[in-house]
Design a protein around this ligand. Structure first.
Ligand code: SAM
Length: 285
């Protein structure tokens, strides 16, 4: 069954009385070459976790590798569809759950006994940032994560610094090597979404890119710096960390940054220096 074929998708929708839900990001991939690139980029060594199988187009491509595939889908209307489209495989397990409400660490240990896995997903846009952040912060036994995301988000995550960088970009760089794999135009989906997408790979690093005195504080500093994009870093940090603006300004000066610097202008390494200085000041060192 060619699940990239729009006629096949329409036939399945009619057969199962399936109506696409915009709110769940149900735009299904119709480009075979994107599937190939995604599977290659996932470099599956052992098993793979998929988020949001839809009608199973990517699940099918992942299952063809012969590796175990566990796929988490929130929409229970898709269960009979997936039973039909994936009937040929005995290496696929579909779990009906909301990935945002799932203990992913427990799921991975139950399903894969903690062997390093790959994660692959054509993500609904509304969960991109929360799910990527949760997957990274959980420090899972994962080699590679490959995501289809909104093109602008992939560009922002792959950017090292500058106006495109944001908190999510820095989190990704802390844990992984982000790589922009390919652009996928809106016309490569059915029904087509409003914006273009891109495949993004996060190759997990053996250890975080920078070493800091307090990792939680680094994340807090990054979040506070980008929480209010129009504010300067000093304002964001002062309100986010509950510190006096004068103290923040002194810290920025000591670290060699201007008081008016913006988060977008700093690299992960810069944030590590600032976070360590804040740590020292808070501890009275
Ligand atoms: N993998 C398919 C493809 O590439 O054509 C479908 C991708 S579609 C963009 C996103 C899928 O994620 C939909 O099947 C949707 O129902 C599912 N989904 C949305 N929110 C979810 C959540 N919170 N947890 C699990 N799956 C979710």
């Amino acid at each position: 069954m060619d699940l990239t074929n729009i006629k096949t998708i329409k036939d399945i929708a009619v057969r199962f009385g399936f109506v696409f839900k915009k709110g769940l990001g149900q735009n299904f991939l119709t480009d075979y070459s994107v599937l190939e690139e995604t599977v290659d980029a996932a470099e599956i060594e052992n098993c793979v976790l998929e988020i949001g199988p839809g009608f199973g187009v990517l699940t099918d491509a992942l299952a063809r590798t012969g590796k175990k595939v566990v796929s988490v889908e929130v929409d229970e209307r898709l269960l009979p569809v997936l039973e039909y489209t994936l009937a040929d495989y005995d290496n696929v397990k579909v779990i009906n759950r909301d990935i945002l409400k799932t203990d992913i660490t427990a799921l991975i240990s139950e399903e894969f006994s903690n062997t390093p896995i790959s994660i692959a997903a054509n993500l609904p846009y509304y969960i991109t940032t929360p799910i990527i952040t949760a997957l990274l912060e959980a420090r899972l036994p994962v080699n590679n994560m490959v995501f289809m995301v909104q093109k602008e988000v992939a560009e922002r995550i792959a950017a090292k610094k500058g106006r495109d960088a944001g908190a999510i970009s820095l989190f990704c760089q802390y844990f992984a090597e982000p790589e922009y794999i390919m652009t996928v135009p809106a016309a490569s989906f059915y029904p087509p979404p409003k914006v273009d997408s891109a495949v993004l790979r996060l190759k997990m690093l053996d250890k975080p890119r920078v070493l800091v005195k307090d990792e939680k504080l680094l994340f807090q500093v990054i979040r506070a710096s980008f929480a209010q994009r129009r504010k300067t870093l000093a304002n964001g940090l002062s309100s986010g960390l509950g510190m006096e603006k004068a103290d923040i300004n002194a810290i920025l000066n000591e670290c060699g940054f201007s008081e008016t610097v913006r988060g977008e202008a700093l690299t992960l390494e810069d944030f590590a220096v600032i976070s360590d200085k804040i740590y020292d000041v808070k501890r009275g060192a």
